[in-house]
Design a protein around this ligand. Structure first.
Ligand SMILES: [Zn+2]
Length: 148
């Protein structure tokens, strides 16, 4: 008895996107990013939500945001993960970042391309790297990269 459990899981799941997320992903398919804006407090949510977490009002307005932003936090992940599109294992370790896109008030969690030999810094500017062919999914953005 080692005090730990080891198991391998192969899971497939499918879930329906909310109406705001569906609209957001339709924009992603066209290379366009939009945040849902609360008409009460003006907070701009990206990813979008059905309701404002502060006002409890339904999000009914949309505002364009850019595919550039600020790195708010990041971490290095050593746990291998399978790429959902290719089925291949992603090389690890890899970076994950919390990114606040210009025009949004909330952060987006996404892959962060780590610059060779340079550690990202909180506050670094980042840029989305898009796939040439898109299908309306979060992985239409391959990752974000630091721009200095
Ligand atoms: Zn609000």
């Amino acid at each position: 008895m080692t005090g730990s459990v080891s198991a391998e899981m192969d899971l497939t799941w499918r879930y329906a996107a909310s109406a705001p997320m569906r609209r957001f992903l339709e924009g992603v398919a066209e290379g366009r990013l939009e945040a849902g804006r609360c008409t009460g407090c003006g907070r701009r949510y990206l990813p979008p939500r059905p309701f404002c977490g502060r006002c409890r009002l339904a999000i009914t307005e949309w505002v364009p945001v850019t595919d550039r932003g600020v790195l708010e936090a990041w971490t290095l992940v050593h746990l291998p993960i399978r790429d959902g599109r290719s089925g291949e294992m992603r090389p690890s370790p890899y970076g994950m970042g919390l990114i606040r896109l210009d025009g949004a008030d909330t952060t987006l969690n996404h892959y962060l391309q780590l610059p060779d030999g340079v550690e990202p810094r909180i506050g670094d500017r980042v840029q989305a790297v898009w796939r040439p062919e898109r299908r309306g999914a979060m992985d239409d953005i391959l990752h974000f990269e630091v721009i200095r």
